[in-house]
Design a binder for this molecule. Structure first.
Ligand SMILES: C[S@@+](CC[C@H](N)C(=O)[O-])C[C@H]1O[C@@H](n2cnc3c(N)ncnc32)[C@H](O)[C@@H]1O
Length: 269
């Protein structure tokens, strides 16, 4: 299995468009997380599995032009789009690199190593985390946000939303990755040798269109993987997508994101 094979969500442009909505939905909680971590002016940051670069941009704003941000992702199409966007916005202190966390060999380089929603897609999250810890300098901080699908909820009860949660978790488990990894993050960080571990849990849910669109967009983007895994027929999937968009369109419906676990720890030394 290649690294791409365990990633159940579509990549490229379709994946980037979903991440744009996700980025807007999560901006408040990620910004608050980065403020608590304390990303200093002039710091060197690495955003691992940076996708479209939404958090790389937040980091670039935090460190200012005297700092630098490297965004790393295996998806060359997303890296090309993100580079073009940064160039158009005249942001020169972000560099986007195509590469995998498994091959990451920077050592003791960064003040802040950040990663959002990557470890949940990896069969060996502990190994990936070890590489992230090695990339940070002694005294630097490793900051991780990831999902716990056990925390998803909707209101009122809705069969399409329930089925979406079931299919997402089944598709992830079928590829040998963990849709509930959020709850394991503090232990994973401790096992990777980090100290002063701090935990915060968020459960984004609102009537905001971006927050509600994340569930149907995610279902659309995992459709091929779920059908290929034999978890659902294509016709049922198409009906589900229509039903969950209709549910999201009801003014007072609530479709939460998965629970999000934010954890950071310090590299000893
Ligand atoms: C759910 S997206 C999250 C993107 C971004 N961190 C964000 O929160 O907007 C996960 C990203 O991890 C990337 N990815 C998956 N496996 C990877 C690996 N082994 N090494 C590096 N990036 C990987 C995917 O291409 C995708 O862009």
């Amino acid at each position: 299995m290649t690294h791409e094979d365990t990633y159940i969500i579509k990549g490229g442009l379709a994946g980037r468009d979903r991440l744009r909505v996700l980025g807007r939905a999560l901006q408040p909680t990620t910004t608050a997380f980065l403020e608590r971590v304390g990303v200093a002016t002039g710091a060197a940051c690495l955003d691992v599995g940076c996708g479209g670069g939404d958090v790389s941009l937040l980091l670039a704003e935090a460190v200012g032009p005297s700092g630098r941000v490297v965004g790393l992702d295996l998806d060359a199409e997303k890296m090309a789009l993100a580079s073009a966007e940064a160039k158009a916005a005249q942001i020169h202190h972000i560099e986007y690199r195509v590469g995998t966390v498994q091959d990451l060999d920077d050592r003791g380089t960064y003040d802040v190593v950040y990663s959002r929603f990557l470890l949940t897609h990896l069969p060996d999250p502990a190994g990936a985390l070890r590489n992230m810890v090695s990339a940070a300098r002694p005294g630097g901080v490793v900051t991780i946000e990831d999902i716990d699908f056990g925390g998803s909820f909707c209101y009122p009860d809705n069969a399409a939303y329930e089925r979406y949660c079931e299919l997402y978790t089944q598709a992830a488990l079928a590829r040998g990755v963990d849709p509930y990894i959020g709850r394991r993050l503090p232990s994973l960080l401790a096992d990777a040798g980090l100290t002063n571990i701090v935990l915060n849990v968020e459960s984004p849910a609102s009537f905001n269109a971006d927050v509600k669109a994340v569930s149907p967009l995610t279902l659309e983007n995992i459709a091929d993987a779920a059908v290929a895994a034999g978890l659902v027929e294509r016709d049922e999937m198409n009906e589900l997508i229509t039903e969950i968009w209709a549910f999201a369109g009801e003014p007072m419906s609530i479709l939460s994101l998965p629970r999000i676990v934010q954890v950071h720890g310090t590299v000893p030394g």
